[in-house]
Design a protein around this ligand. Structure first.
Ligand code: PRX
Length: 639
């Protein structure tokens, strides 16, 4: 009899699993990994550990293909079960449903097309796509071939695409003619064309028809998917991958200027995505599960695609936005498809809380069983609104803390099993050993304590490297506190040992659950011809969690006229939109004649943060500044 996946069902089982995962990790994870389809089993379970160079391995020596685990192995028992439900942007348009067998066939077809275009194992394929089934299919098709997918969120600008394509040296791009986002339509292919003017590595562009728009097709480079897919087979033998072969690259921002390509590998990622998905959400065979994240972010990778498909669940993919055509759209989709598990971001909840309550009260939401939150701290008010009005007081909320680098959920309640306390992520997953450190790296023992959050000992989903620059991964995550993975977050452990994430302790801001380095936004702003220098900080924002506050110094000093100031502010915003995308657009821009700097030239961000937060009565010591007068000017000119 094939082994079944172990599942935690009681609090006692959680504590027992946690104990075993820490005391005998090899035996624990071997048991978790056993039921997957392996072409060859591993020689060792956990290897490498956290040397300062950060070179963990998991299931080394094993051979597999993750898509055989997502698709092929479900065909016998779940061939006719729904794998994917797609809900379009426009509620009047038809939704789509694919069974496991249909999804399998579509993935094979897509893999054949990619193969015919010359895509091979190890090639990097960049995807810049709308939230439509071909995106899910294309990701899996890459994995079936063994090509490394790098999905770029389709809200990024052409410059941001070019940076990512060039960093990964991608030879192939998959895109579409256009996309719908609420009332807007965006010419995606045109954005890609602009990007590719500076991407010499790209040989082929595969275009999926979605809006039926005419697009420019470059002779010899661009081909339509529907032309290429006409006569290809619906089976494709999956490539045999080594456990530590890269599965994907996903770019994310850090505290330095350039986004880095986080690399996850095959076997460890698979085991981690599946294990955390099934246990955190307590998934049952008949659940309809909906994660609202875009596949362009890690949440879309692990909990819209891989996790649910590995577990043989039914996953829903939504093309649209929460507020189109109205603020009841999420709730309408839940009722329409009988969604039982719903996973979204606090920023979405806060934006819907701002709409009249009728938008949610007019739907039954009877099918819901479990609610999830991800991406940023969920504030108390949003937690209660979600619990009361969406979950009708009967659905446990799992507040899941994790990061692009951790591949999957690290600290979270398991629905209905371990404690769910407002604003607290809760207890660690089996295999995760969180610690609180002092700034100097001393472990802080006991409960009711606060410190830097780090993880002791490797877990299957840990980041393996940053693409093309291993040193950067080592320096960012493994060298700050040798022997630990450093998260960049601050956390509090409450009197019962539950973790509460406080926020970043580095120069990273979290805008609507999306990460940006302050340096990254400053680099973009500095591209504007008016600007000499800038400094960016985050400040509390009612809907976005954090907003972007930019202080800028201009070539020609501070303009006297308000209209001139407005013109330049608009230009700065336009520059950021072109360099990164609309999602990084500054909320407030303050033109200043100087920045508060120490005598050694370091910007005192503490002061800038205080001003942005409106705490101007409590600026602190400014005597060490080169020019203390600049602080008064900044306070007086606060937006
Ligand atoms: O600061 C934490 C915050 O988001 C960061 C990770 O961002 P990213 O890699 O883009 O991944 C987002 C999706 C997992 C973390 O360092 N964060 C994420 N989830 C939570 C959170 N902060 C508080 N509570 C959470 N549940």
């Amino acid at each position: 009899m094939p082994a079944t996946h172990p599942r935690i069902r009681t609090t006692e089982e959680y504590h027992e699993a946690y104990r075993r995962s820490v005391e005998t990790p090899d035996a624990f994870w071997a048991e978790v990994a056993e039921p997957f389809t392996w072409r060859r089993k591993w020689d060792s379970v956990r290897g490498g550990e956290f040397s300062p160079a950060g070179t963990s391995t998991w299931f080394d020596g094993a051979k597999l293909n993750i898509t055989e685990n997502c698709l092929d192995r479900h065909l016998a028992a779940r061939g006719n079960k729904l794998a994917l439900i797609w809900e379009p942007n426009d509620p009047k348009q038809r939704h789509l449903r694919l069974t496991y067998r249909e999804l399998y066939q579509e993935v094979c077809r897509f893999a054949n097309v990619l193969h015919n275009l010359g895509v091979e194992k190890g090639d990097r394929v960049c995807l810049y796509m709308p939230m439509i089934p071909p995106l899910a299919i294309a990701v899996l098709a890459c994995a079936r071939i063994g090509a490394i997918h790098s999905v770029v969120f389709a809200g990024f600008s052409s410059t941001a695409i070019a940076d990512r394509v060039n960093d990964a040296q991608a030879a192939f791009v998959i895109t579409a003619d256009g996309l719908n986002r609420g009332p807007k339509q965006i010419p995606v292919k045109r954005v890609v064309d602009e990007a590719l003017e500076s991407c010499p590595s790209v040989r082929k562009v595969l275009v999926v028809e979605h809006l039926g728009w005419p697009v420019h097709m470059q002779e010899g480079r661009d081909v339509w998917y529907h032309d290429e897919a006409k006569d290809v087979s619906r089976s494709f033998k999956a490539e045999e991958m080594a456990a530590e072969d890269p599965l994907f690259i996903l770019y994310t921002s850090g505290s330095t200027g350039k986004p880095k390509g986080v690399v996850h590998t095959t076997a460890g990622y698979m085991v981690w995505a599946d294990y955390t998905f099934r246990n955190v959400f307590q998934v049952e065979e008949n659940d309809v599960y909906w994660c609202t994240a875009d596949v362009g972010w890690v949440t879309g990778h692990s909990y819209l695609l891989y996790g649910p498909l590995l577990a043989g669940a039914t996953t829903l993919m939504f093309e649209g936005v929460p507020t189109y055509p109205d603020a009841g759209r999420f709730w309408e989709v839940i009722d329409k498809h009988s969604v039982s598990i719903f996973y979204t971001a606090p920023t979405a909840i806060r934006s819907l809380m701002a709409a009249p309550l009728d938008n949610v009260l007019s739907y039954s939401l009877d099918s819901l069983r479990v609610l999830g939150s991800v991406g940023e701290p969920i504030n108390e008010e949003a937690w209660h609104w979600y619990h009361q009005h969406v979950g009708k007081g009967r659905c446990p909320i799992v507040d899941t803390w994790w990061q692009t680098e951790t591949a999957g959920i690290m600290i979270s309640a398991m629905a209905g099993i371990t404690p769910s306390k407002p604003t607290h992520a809760g207890l660690p997953m089996p295999g995760v050993e969180p610690v609180l450190l002092t700034q100097e790296g001393q472990e802080i023992e006991g409960n009711d304590q606060e410190g830097y959050l780090a993880i002791r000992a490797s877990w299957p989903g840990v980041i393996r490297t940053t693409w093309g620059d291993h040193e950067r991964a080592a320096q960012t995550y493994f060298r700050p506190y040798p022997g630990y993975y450093f998260t960049g977050d601050g956390a509090r452990r409450d009197e019962n040992g539950l973790y509460r994430i406080i926020g970043r302790v580095d120069d990273v801001i979290n805008v609507s659950g999306h990460r940006f380095g302050t340096a990254e936004i400053e680099n973009a702003i500095n591209q504007d011809p008016h600007v000499v220098e800038s400094a960016v900080v985050g400040y509390p924002h009612d809907v976005k969690g954090q907003g972007i506050y930019a202080y800028v110094i201009l070539q020609d000093g501070v303009p006297d006229k308000e209209t001139e100031r407005q013109r330049i502010e608009a230009s700065v915003i336009e520059t950021v939109v072109a360099e990164i995308g609309k999602i990084a657009r500054p909320d407030k821009i303050q033109i200043v004649s100087g920045l508060p700097k120490t005598r050694s030239g370091k910007i005192m961000r503490r002061i800038l943060r205080k001003v942005a937060e409106g705490e101007t009565s409590n600026i602190g010591d400014t005597t060490t500044l080169l020019d203390p007068a600049v602080v008064d000017e900044i306070v007086n000119g606060r937006k």
